[in-house]
Write a protein that binds this ligand. Structure first.
Ligand code: GCB
Length: 599
């Protein structure tokens, strides 16, 4: 309870201490305690939460989390906020999409929810799992700070077991979406800075001994028959059982230092976009049991070729942001399925999920419907590469993404960055990330959108040497002029590994006031696509094409009279309904590639 004396004591402190937030940045919720969720029962905490914005961080300064639930009449202190009364918000959501007045808000916001009738059994653990909160999320349970998570697009788990009590509990979350120099992205980017708890918030119960992680993959040794398993167990079990029943595999594995590892040879049907075959796998340790549906495939690079299951693969792709006119960065299964239907209508076999981890359902559904994915962390444009705090955050976001999605056959590429300037600090930072990704997952390729030296007309980026695939963002017809340079670029670069055009495109605005010809017109955009697709067959160094992008999306930096807060390089309008002329040009081009009728 916050007594008058506590308020008085804190009054001076809270006005003058500019280090007030230091103690709340432990980043102790991270990839190391991310819980495997397949097959677990979840208690949803979606719904109405008490909510307020907090521009000055008064809540941290005054310690609002100490406030108890009381009738206003019985409060003896002055107070600036009551976490148990006043405004509410629906979780999950982006606050910009809930109230017009909050549209450009960047700062802290407080979410409070009581968890009633809690029954906690002595032999279980209770975790709070948050699908994503942009960007910093501090957790307070029963008036106590227990830690925070950094990173706006990956899930995290907090073990609440020791902090909960039987009956009623108070959960408070402080979410902050400021753009600061120690975050990724840093302060400047080309998408909207949505804020809030915009993915699911859940409680998950496990036995005291529990399976923290399950990683199952096809060993990329060219034999297509060896499966590796790595299971992390917390607690007292000495063995863990693993099954892949359809292949007749039932194993009991010893746990050494918290891990059980093995590999075995078995006949399996490979996963591919054409035949997205998945196998049911289970693991159990003591009373804990988890499962997953896993596809097995091998992706590799031979010279300038990308191969899937030994077959040469051309990536017919499109970029996609996670953005919706009404929901912002919050997404739904229906929206993801529509995205995939639209991509398939374009004859795509692949999507680049720009520029941060999208909802975890995306890769699950891609596994099911047979689409390949590029997944990325927001290591975008200018980053404070020298800052150890940034390094820690980037590494953690990459690991959280990998741990979350490494059982997904659809995900074939981890991307570590997009268009960062080539400095020594960046190279060191990126090679650290690449090494960590390769260690955490030997079954995928690593890429990044690299830099072009336009004066020399050459891909010139020291990072390229460390990647499996070179990502090339080229905007001939939009930011760059002469299409013939594309051919020159290939000649001068003579890449020894596959290049994928990770971005290209042009603005095409569909509104009554938009120009009918010239830049920003639909016709101009279509013309750029016509030229791009005419040049592509001449570029034998290119093994995939990923135009920018499927849908128009919100971006604060795009404020000319036609854009008005939107990047309009989408093949489909922001309401996801109207296909622009370029959509059909790309669709027909991909159809020809599919049929092998392009020379
Ligand atoms: C780029 C960026 C992408 C932008 C795009 C554009 O090179 O990677 O994030 O949105 O160009 O539209 O200019």
């Amino acid at each position: 309870m916050l007594e008058k004396s506590d308020v008085a004591e804190n009054a001076i402190e809270c006005l003058h201490n500019e280090q007030y937030d230091r103690a709340y940045n432990l980043q102790n919720f991270n990839y190391q305690n991310l819980l495997f969720t397949g097959g677990r029962e979840k208690e949803s905490l979606s719904g109405e939460w008490r909510f307020t914005l907090d521009l000055h961080d008064t809540g941290l300064r005054q310690k609002w989390f100490l406030l108890e639930k009381r009738d206003p009449e019985s409060r003896c202190d002055p107070y600036d906020y009551d976490p148990f009364a006043g405004g509410t918000i629906t979780v999950p959501s982006c606050w910009q999409m809930v109230n017009d007045k909050w549209f450009y808000y960047e700062g802290s916001a407080w979410y409070t929810r009581e968890i009633e009738n809690m029954i906690q059994n002595p032999d279980e653990r209770i975790f709070l799992r948050i699908g994503a909160a942009n960007y910093d999320c501090k957790i307070f349970i029963n008036h106590q700070f227990i830690g925070n998570h950094y990173g706006g697009s990956t899930p995290f788990c907090a073990d609440l077991t020791d902090y909960l009590k039987q009956g009623s509990n108070t959960l408070m979350l402080c979410v902050n979406n400021n753009r600061t120099t120690d975050r990724l992205p840093l302060r400047n980017n080309d998408w909207f800075n949505y804020g809030g708890l915009y993915r699911e918030v859940e409680l998950i119960r496990t036995p005291k001994t529990y399976i923290r992680d399950l990683f199952v993959y096809l060993v990329p040794d060219g034999n297509y028959n060896r499966i590796a398993v790595r299971i992390a167990v917390e607690g007292e079990s000495t063995t863990v059982d693993f099954t892949l029943a359809e292949a007749g595999v039932h194993l009991t594995l010893p746990i050494v230092d918290g891990y059980a590892e093995t590999s075995f040879v078995t006949d399996i049907e490979l996963w591919s976009p054409e035949q997205p075959k998945r196998y049911h796998v289970t693991a159990s340790a003591g009373r804990d049991w988890v499962h997953d549906y896993v596809g097995f495939r091998q992706v590799d690079v031979v010279g300038t070729d990308i191969r899937l299951n030994g077959q040469s693969l051309y990536l017919r792709g499109v970029n996609c942001h996670e953005d919706d006119l009404l929901l912002g960065k919050m997404t739904t299964e229906e929206d993801i399925r529509r995205r995939f239907r639209d991509a398939k209508e374009l004859n795509c076999n692949y999507l680049r999920l720009a520029h941060y981890p999208h909802h975890e359902m995306v890769a699950r559904i891609a596994d099911e419907v047979g689409l390949l994915l590029w997944e990325e962390i927001p290591n975008y444009w200018a980053i404070d590469f020298n800052n150890p705090a940034t390094q820690r955050d980037a590494h953690n976001q990459l690991m959280e993404l990998i741990v979350r999605d490494r059982n997904r056959a659809s995900v074939i590429i981890w991307s570590v960055g997009n268009e960062n300037a080539d400095t020594d600090e960046r190279l060191q930072f990126m090679t650290m990330l690449i090494k960590a990704a390769r260690e955490a997952d030997p079954s995928r390729l690593i890429s990044a959108a690299c830099l072009v030296n336009h004066a020399k007309m050459k891909i010139e980026d020291r990072l390229a040497e460390h990647l499996d695939i070179i990502g090339l963002n080229e905007y001939y017809g939009w930011y760059e002029e002469h299409f013939d340079d594309l051919i020159e670029l290939g000649k001068n670069s003579s890449p020894t590994k596959p290049v994928v055009i990770t971005e290209t495109g042009a603005e095409g605005v569909l509104s009554p006031h938009a120009p009918k010809t010239g830049p920003f017109s639909e016709r101009y955009m279509a013309d750029v696509y016509r030229k791009q697709t005419a040049y592509l067959p001449k570029l034998d160094y290119v093994r995939g094409f990923t135009p920018w992008l499927l849908y128009d999306y919100r971006s604060e930096r795009r404020q000319n009279p036609f854009q008005q807060g939107f990047n309009c390089k989408g093949l489909i309008t922001a309401d996801k309904r109207i296909r622009k002329e370029a959509f059909y040009i790309l669709r027909d081009f991909y159809q020809q590639i599919k049929e092998g009728s392009l020379s």
